[in-house]
Design a protein around this ligand. Structure first.
Ligand code: FAD
Length: 830
């Protein structure tokens, strides 16, 4: 008994020291005191005490005497670490080095500082930006008819192209000094989001020039001449840009592009100049078919050493006017019937002057680094914003349709089955919008959040896919039959585009989020890796020694915190924030510690092999991602001024994230390469078994209620959706019908009861209305309201029909050709 008590005391002391992340001296003094007490008062035998003292003194000397520690532990470990580290290619290294760490670093620290998050300013629009949204953006939306665009013109109408160019849409990210709008990331996001609620074609056409492409690259790396010439032209829409990286052989593995340029002398404008002979074949290039300026990525070689000493200079980016001889561009792909311009381009031995390299000679070979450094900002905005727009429109229309469409004499939104779907749609939309807003805000604070941009790209597009699928299910046949009155079918068809572009989602989840995040966001790993690369062995040794022992304390602390907070259900964590959400914030803090602990154990066990263990990496990435998303949900609630009416929605979104985190953790435990370690992880993270459950039905019920009426919550959730409030417009008509639904339903209910009671009669609706007025069941005003609602409802539930030979004429269109994808040599020959 005595021995057990001393053992428990020892374990508790160690646990507390780990929990408090005590320094080496504190460990030594505390354990020393424990041993003094043990020597004095325990009944342990003399030999046991001697053994314990000897072990303690050896370990203490090893850890506290720096020279001993370095020679016997840290330096050998550094050597081992050098060999164990996987070979990282230059392109991988540049991807890892790019961007900044922000809230993702806090999550990885195991102890996120919530005050820091809640204290970051709420993203806001300037009066100019708001005026742009209320003016030109509304106007573009009004000018766009997506059916006409996608089924008749297969392009934006010329006047819409002109309008967006003239009003500066193509230069939102270009500073005012160059004639651009100089918008914040948040304003840019709001514009993209609103356009996405009206026309995917307009949205993508505007989104791409403002994302990673010529303008962004010129801003960061362009020579003064390049900036002064191109930026004003891009801002005014005098140039239409595209950027070509992807080709048939290099999709996700974009660093492996086979396109090449050879440094040589050649004739340009009648003069011999130093330049590059470029051969390339690209595909999927958005705006390519109408571009006037082609941003091109290729590998540069200098066999004659005209630029210096190196043969293989590296990936290089150039700007080539598309009318330049030898540039083949203009053919189109048809991506899921979307009508934004997208197509291939190619060229063979096309000579361009060296001045066309973005940034000039100095930046030749720096292309991959340039792309990686600029990727984060665009990826943080484009797809999260367009996904938010698509989700908001789907939610707005689905909630209205659920209110307006009745079956079994009940609005379908009141059926529990539909309630469940509506709640999921609303929760996902809330999370998408919270994530895109907070991330755009981070970009405005100067961050280039590389890991976060991958998280929001992946999760906003995936959640949006779920929202649109759900919307289709609720709409039934109404969503399926295409035509001018279908506001969902286009979004449904085009979901895979968002999933694929800017880093295809499976790759993003499996390789990038945790693969990159673990190294970038970990507080010590990068320092340890840097030490392995330091050629000065003395410096490397002390760098590694410092980082490694802090790392050890970090792991011990997270292990102790994880177990303690698991046992106490995180009740003792002190957190700020709204009282009504503090229990959740505590759980999230607990899960951060658990995540940091599980990450370290996984990396310790697998080392470089983790790169190949994509399923494990993906699950850890899911945990990090949900921790980020749930943080954005909390931040959104704070930024909105804690509206209590939204609480069911927020709770749903948080509980959904928590269960996703739990599922991902269990996926890690069950599939952990060491079963015993998997078990230890499970017990230390979830000592009482699973702690979280999926959002309960009552929350779904409350959310559905909020959506089936015109409520402030519904308005906040679907803010910035373009609605043409006119009954000729399919979305505007639904909103009008929804506004009249309560009054219409009330009158209908009175008439239905009267029919049942035999008070009124009539075979048709007009007859029953006339009878109801006559018998004073409803007033004339109520009858008028009901008739208006009934007419709108019918218009809302109707779908388009066409002549029986619709589509036949399409077959006569120019037949598709695969020759465009033949090798450049064949194309040139052709
Ligand atoms: C409509 C559209 C517009 C585009 N616009 C442009 C543009 O303007 N400019 C431009 O340069 N590019 C553009 N792209 C390219 C795009 O950004 C993607 O990079 C590209 O489509 C991915 O290559 P891929 O389609 O050949 O897929 P692949 O690379 O063949 O990938 C196929 C599948 O394998 C998965 N995968 C690949 N590697 C891994 C891995 N290691 N682990 C797990 N899964 C993996 C992917 O996730 C994907 O699911 C566009 C693409 C489309 C479809």
């Amino acid at each position: 008994m005595n021995a057990i008590l001393w053992f428990i005391a020892a374990a508790s002391v160690l646990w507390i020291l780990a929990f408090l992340r005590a320094g080496t001296a504190t460990w030594a003094i505390t354990i020393g005191l424990y041993l003094v007490a043990l020597t004095q008062w325990s009944g342990a035998g003399g030999s046991t005490k001697a053994a314990l003292w000897t072990a303690f003194l050896i370990v203490a000397a090893l850890l506290m005497v720096r020279q001993l520690r370095r020679a016997l532990i840290s330096d050998p470990l550094l050597n081992w670490f050098r060999k164990a580290l996987p070979q990282v290619s230059q392109t991988e290294q540049e991807a890892l080095d790019a961007g900044t760490v922000w809230w993702d670093g806090e999550l990885f620290s195991g102890q996120p500082d919530w005050n820091k998050l809640f204290g970051t300013p709420k993203p806001r629009l300037t009066p100019d930006e708001q005026a742009f949204l209320d003016g030109p953006v509304e106007e573009v939306c009004r000018l766009c008819n997506e059916w006409e665009i996608s089924h008749e013109l297969n392009d934006l109408p010329p006047h819409v192209w002109q309008f967006v160019k003239d009003r500066g849409f193509m230069g939102m990210i270009i500073p005012r000094q160059y004639g651009g709008l100089g918008f914040s990331a948040y304003a840019h996001s709001q514009v993209v989001q609103k356009l996405a609620t009206r026309s995917a074609t307009a949205c993508v056409s505007v989104m791409v020039p403002n994302s990673l492409g010529p303008a962004e690259l010129l801003l960061h790396y362009g020579t003064p001449e390049q900036k002064n010439y191109y930026l004003p032209r891009l801002a005014q829409g005098l140039e239409t840009p595209c950027f070509a990286l992807t080709g048939p052989e290099a999709g996700s593995d974009a660093g492996s592009i086979p396109d090449f340029g050879i440094v040589c002398k050649g004739l340009h404008d009648g003069r011999e100049v130093l330049g590059i002979r470029v051969t390339w074949e690209k595909r999927y290039i958005t705006l390519g078919p109408v571009a006037t300026l082609l941003g091109l990525a290729f590998k540069l070689y200098d066999p004659e050493k005209l630029l210096g000493k190196e043969l293989d200079i590296g990936i290089t980016l150039a700007l080539i006017p598309t009318k330049h001889p030898g540039v083949n561009i203009g053919r189109r792909h048809l991506p899921m019937n979307a009508s934004f311009m997208n197509g291939p381009n190619w060229g063979r031995d096309v000579f361009i002057p060296l001045d066309w390299v973005i940034g000039g000679r100095e930046f030749a070979g720096q292309g991959w680094r340039m792309l990686m450094e600029c990727l984060a900002a665009g990826r943080s905005i484009s797809l999260p914003s367009s996904s938010a727009g698509a989700a908001k429109l789907a939610l707005l229309t689905t909630s209205a349709y659920s209110r307006v469409r009745s079956q079994f004499k009940v609005p379908i939104g009141k059926f529990e089955g539909i309630e469940e779907v509506l709640a999921r749609m609303a929760g996902n939309t809330y999370a998408i919008d919270a994530a895109r807003t907070m991330t755009a805000g981070a970009v405005d604070l100067g961050e280039k959040p590389s890991v976060i941009s991958a998280i929001v790209k992946y999760h906003c597009t995936e959640r949006s896919r779920q929202v649109i699928n759900d919307a289709m299910d609720v709409h039934g046949g109404k969503g399926i039959c295409l035509g001018p009155n279908n506001y969902l079918g286009g979004a449904y068809q085009q979901i895979p585009i968002g999933i694929t572009v800017e880093g295809a989602n499976i790759l993003t989840r499996s390789m990038m989020i945790f693969g990159q995040g673990a190294i970038r966001c970990h507080p010590y790993l990068l320092k340890e890796i840097a030490a392995t690369r330091n050629p000065d062995s003395e410096q490397a040794g002390s760098q590694f020694d410092a980082a490694f022992w802090q790392h050890v304390r970090f792991v011990a602390c997270n292990a102790a915190r994880s177990l303690w907070h698991g046992i106490t259900a995180a009740r003792l964590i002190n957190v700020p924030g709204a009282l009504e959400l503090r229990s959740y914030i505590r759980q999230i803090s607990r899960l951060c510690a658990s995540f940091a602990f599980a990450s370290d154990i996984t990396m310790l066990l697998l080392g470089g092999d983790l790169k190949r263990r994509e399923k494990l990496s993906a699950r850890l990435g899911d945990i990090l991602s949900q921790l980020y998303i749930v943080s954005t949900v909390l931040k959104r609630y704070e930024d909105d001024g804690r509206p209590t009416a939204d609480l069911p929605l927020i709770k749903w979104a948080i509980e959904d994230c928590l269960t996703r985190i739990q599922d991902a953790f269990y996926g890690v435990f069950l599939n952990f390469p060491s079963r015993i370690l998997g078990f230890i992880l499970r017990v230390s993270i979830f000592p009482w078994g699973k702690s979280f459950r999926a959002p309960r039905d009552y929350l779904g019920h409350q959310i559905a209620r909020l959506l089936l009426e015109i409520s402030p919550t519904r308005e906040r959730l679907t803010s910035n959706v373009f609605i043409l409030r006119h009954e000729e417009d399919p979305v505007g008509r639904l909103e009008l019908a929804m506004q009249l639904a309560s009054a219409g339903d009330a009158a209908e209910a009175k008439m239905r009861s009267a029919v049942k009671a035999g008070v009124i009669d009539g075979m048709t609706e007009p007859e029953r209305i006339a009878s109801a007025i006559e018998k004073r069941i409803i007033t004339t005003a109520e009858a008028v309201q009901f008739q208006r609602f009934s007419a709108l409802r019918r218009a809302c539930i109707m779908v388009d029909d066409f002549p029986h030979d619709i589509g036949r004429s399409q077959a006569a269109r120019e037949s598709a050709s695969i020759t465009a994808l033949a090798a450049p040599s064949q194309k040139t020959a052709a």
